[in-house]
Design a protein around this ligand. Structure first.
Ligand code: FE2
Length: 383
């Protein structure tokens, strides 16, 4: 028996935020907590969204103190703002961080502290049972796909560790994909976040297990990335391509219900310990990880999965005689500079990183099982 879930309502296209305002009015919300960060306030995007949402007739309290790597205090302050202002719904505006914090405020608004007891690893999801306010998610980057995700990562004060909270009820009620909100993203962030979306689709497609719905979504997402990410870099105001990249990001996170793989396991410690952007770390490791798969003893079906994606590159006239070389050439054309050493990752930390990567929960759904030594060798290949 397996269970497949695709419950999020998606509003897509220019002006989708106004459409959300109408939906909020129909739902009768009276006071919204808008969770965002200081950068989006500086860019004027928060004010733009407040203006659009004022059409709902609800009062709006702005909470803009989310850190780029969210911490427990962000959740505490946000939950206090929610309760003090007697809010009845949460709107998350931003990249993955405001969305992650919004999802945790959602359950802390109606559950007792401390937050630590709800950690997924400790079985905390079983304690998330009370009715909770809805979350409406408005992404401003096209990458994480957190707007359709069921989990959240927050660094706890006591342990200083990134801690996962997971429950199907945390999935936003409506995801709003409005391309005009991503037009001001600078090229290097556009590339890095877009490569994250591509990696989600690729790893989901390569993950073992029966999930043809995820497979179909992943393949279409890969094609959207190949076609639209270069266009977003060539012209940041190409709203059609910006919109399709938002959709590709949403599709990537929908597809990776099936699982991720070794690329994400290798990438996570580089962000945790060296502060590199998550999308960039995927880019630096993906070609070496795919080359590892290409060298491995794969069955016909597995090799066919690699060939299918390589075929998408070939159809688009991209160079490379394998998926690993084609993806490397494509990332270079998007501005990625390869070499872990060049990005400040010294070779003498690879043993430590391999331990961390092997501990990471993503690689058990890699196309083939990997050992710690395989992960170490892949770091070396990406040096
Ligand atoms: Fe990712």
């Amino acid at each position: 028996m397996q269970q497949f879930n695709y419950p999020t309502i998606i509003y897509y296209g220019e002006g989708a935020v106004e459409h959300l305002a109408s939906a909020l009015a129909k739902r009768g919300h009276r006071h919204l907590l808008l969770v965002t960060d200081a950068t989006l306030v500086e860019l004027g995007l928060a004010a733009q969204v407040v203006e659009s949402l004022s059409g709902s007739g609800a009062e709006i309290t702005l909470f803009d103190q989310v850190h780029s790597n969210p911490i427990e205090e962000d959740v505490e302050l946000g939950t206090t703002a929610y309760k003090t202002n007697r809010c009845d719904a949460i709107v998350a505006l931003g990249g993955g961080s405001p969305m992650d914090v919004a999802k945790v405020i959602k359950f802390m608004a109606t559950h007792k502290g401390p937050l630590a007891q709800y950690e997924d690893r400790l079985g905390g999801d079983a304690l998330i049972t009370n009715p909770m306010p809805p979350v409406y998610a408005i992404p401003t980057t096209a990458g994480t796909g957190s707007e359709v995700g069921r989990s959240s990562v927050v660094t706890m004060a006591a342990t200083k560790k990134k801690t996962i909270f997971f429950a199907p009820q945390l999935m936003p009620d409506i995801a709003v994909l409005a391309p005009e909100l991503t037009a001001s993203l600078p090229p290097h962030i556009t590339a890095a976040t877009g490569i994250d979306a591509f990696t989600h689709c690729l790893e989901a497609w390569l993950a073992p297990g029966f999930h043809p719905m995820a497979d179909g979504i992943a393949l279409e997402g890969i094609k959207l990335c190949l076609d639209c990410l270069p266009r977003c870099l060539a012209n940041g105001n190409d709203l059609e391509s910006r919109g399709k990249m938002l959709m590709a990001a949403t599709m990537g996170a929908t597809a990776f219900q099936k699982g991720l793989g070794m690329i994400h396991s290798l990438a996570h410690p580089l962000s945790a310990h060296f502060g590199l952007h998550h999308g960039l770390t995927n880019a630096l490791l993906l070609p070496a990880a795919v080359a590892f798969l290409e060298r491995s003893d794969l069955d016909e079906e597995q090799r066919g999965r690699l060939s299918t994606v390589h075929g998408f590159f070939q159809e688009r006239g991209s160079g490379g005689d394998s998926l690993s070389s084609a993806s490397r050439a494509w990332f270079e054309s998007l501005g990625i500079e390869f070499g872990l050493a060049r990005h400040g990752i010294p070779e003498d930390r690879f043993e430590f990183l391999a331990d961390e990567a092997f501990d990471d929960p993503c690689h058990p759904t890699n196309m083939i099982p990997v050992t710690r030594e395989d992960l170490l060798a892949t770091y070396r290949a990406a040096l």
